[in-house]
Design a protein around this ligand. Structure first.
Ligand SMILES: [Zn+2]
Length: 363
């Protein structure tokens, strides 16, 4: 599918259009003109409909629903289940085929049930290889706070990407997953990957993991590190990095500040502490988004969330009041642009790294 065909087939105006697409100034200017006209003409005569919520307002509303209305969402709890229902209802509203994928896990001698929420959208013009993108964020939390930053923020961004791309004609299928039970050892993402057939796994061109993007000083994107054991402090073997680089390029185009981990630490990669890791181990190229500060803190391999105020995640401060909508919006903008670029076939992934190969590169 070429760009003209896509343009011709593109119909419905999408949410967040003017905000996200710096590349479409014409649309933005027409929106401004319409607003100016509306403000001038409608004063006191007709009740004007409320303007659609901005991207930042939409993100804040999701975080509010998950972290205030539902609250802390421990793995296997009723609250986690309520979060799953909220997420599933949103995704179904935008036309996705939604299913819940239950699984059991044990902690100590207790067995719990959790679930992943999986929303699928077929490709409009399927690529011959059945190419698929997976965009995921975990919905459970620890109990120290209410999991607003970790990870209602990531779920909110994932939902915004799903909403923005719901009606965009694509060459790749899209799969959005809200993972359960991440905080007790990435149980949901492990279950999701284990349940894939070999064919399904091979079709996944890239996985995007979004974890804790509401409070940290800077937005980061990393490629996935393949670790040979659970001591995540090295040695590790770098995996494919083109998804990370595509996101960095997209951010530069949009004028959104985005960086990767510094050479003094993970050097463009990251550790195995979130839902990207089962995909890395299965050979899927990943990009992992978080907000953090790698240049502050005592340990260059750990960093700190904020230079002033320290970590929010896994502390009693992890509350709605400590999450900033604009911080989430920056990450959402980059993700929407990156996922759309890939899904529309506007970027060809390097074939040499479509299949995961352990690099000979040793550090
Ligand atoms: Zn998390």
């Amino acid at each position: 599918m070429n760009a003209e065909n896509f343009a011709a087939l593109r119909r419905a105006a999408r949410p967040f259009e003017g905000e996200v697409w710096g590349l479409r100034p014409v649309l933005l200017w027409s929106a401004i003109l319409v607003c100016a006209f509306t403000l001038g003409a409608g004063h006191g005569v007709h009740a004007q409909p409320d303007p659609p919520p901005t991207l930042a307002q939409t993100l804040a509303a999701h975080v509010y629903a998950l972290s205030v209305e539902i609250g802390a969402r421990p793995a296997g709890s009723v609250a986690e289940q309520q979060a799953a229902q909220y997420i599933a209802a949103q995704l179904a509203d935008w036309g996705y085929a939604v299913e819940q994928q239950p699984f059991r896990f044990t902690v100590g001698d207790q067995t719990y049930t959790s679930r992943n929420v999986i929303a699928r959208r077929a490709a409009s013009f399927p690529h011959a290889d059945g190419r698929t993108l997976v965009i995921g964020a975990h919905m459970d939390s620890v109990t120290a706070g209410t999991g607003a930053d970790d990870n209602a923020s990531g779920v909110a961004v994932m939902l915004a990407v799903a909403q923005a791309l719901a009606d965009v004609p694509t060459e790749y299928a899209l799969v959005f997953v809200a993972f359960g039970a991440e905080e007790v050892g990435q149980r949901g993402s492990l279950h999701f990957v284990e349940a894939l057939s070999e064919t399904e796994r091979a079709r996944i061109v890239a996985m995007f993991n979004i974890d804790t993007v509401g409070a940290g000083d800077f937005a980061y994107v990393y490629a996935g590190a393949r670790t040979e054991h659970h001591d995540f402090r090295r040695p590790y073997t770098p995996g494919p990095s083109w998804v990370r680089d595509l996101a960095l390029e997209q951010a530069a185009q949009l004028g959104v500040p985005l960086r990767t981990s510094p050479p003094t630490g993970w050097d463009g990669y990251t550790g195995p502490w979130s839902d990207h890791m089962p995909f890395v181990n299965a050979g899927v190229p990943i990009a992992y988004f978080e907000r953090w500060n790698w240049d502050a803190g005592d340990d260059p391999n750990w960093g700190v969330e904020r230079a002033e105020g320290g970590d929010v995640l896994h502390t009693p401060r992890d509350q709605y009041a400590h999450v900033e909508a604009q911080k989430m919006a920056e990450v959402a903008q980059v993700l929407i642009g990156t996922v759309e670029t890939l899904a529309r076939g506007l970027y060809t992934p390097p074939t040499s790294v479509l299949a995961f190969e352990i690099s000979n590169f040793v550090r």
